[in-house]
Design a protein around this ligand. Structure first.
Ligand SMILES: [Zn+2]
Length: 91
């Protein structure tokens, strides 16, 4: 997996970036394919939604009553970006 950190003033979590930028980190010990899909998840899911609307709080997972994420907007972006990454990796 990876992590996306956003500037402190808009953060939904305690994981804040060290500056005014969005920062994405993925585990370098994972294989190239997994790293690529993790980057897609973090950057084109969380990071993209953050940049579109930092105040909207749509960029984070929302776990209310179950381990299932209730943030449909984020899930849609992640699903599409990972799908495109998988296609690109197969070329
Ligand atoms: Zn995520």
């Amino acid at each position: 997996m990876g992590i996306t950190k956003v500037p402190k003033e808009n953060s939904m979590t305690k994981n804040t970036s060290t500056n005014d930028n969005v920062q994405v980190t993925v585990n370098a010990l994972l294989g190239d394919f997994v790293q690529a899909t993790n980057v897609a998840h973090e950057l084109y899911g969380h990071g993209l939604l953050y940049k579109r609307d930092p105040e909207g709080k749509t960029y984070g997972h929302i776990y209310v009553a179950s381990p299932k994420d209730d943030n449909k907007t984020l899930q849609k972006e992640i699903k599409e970006s990972v799908k495109e990454t998988v296609l690109n990796m197969k070329q």
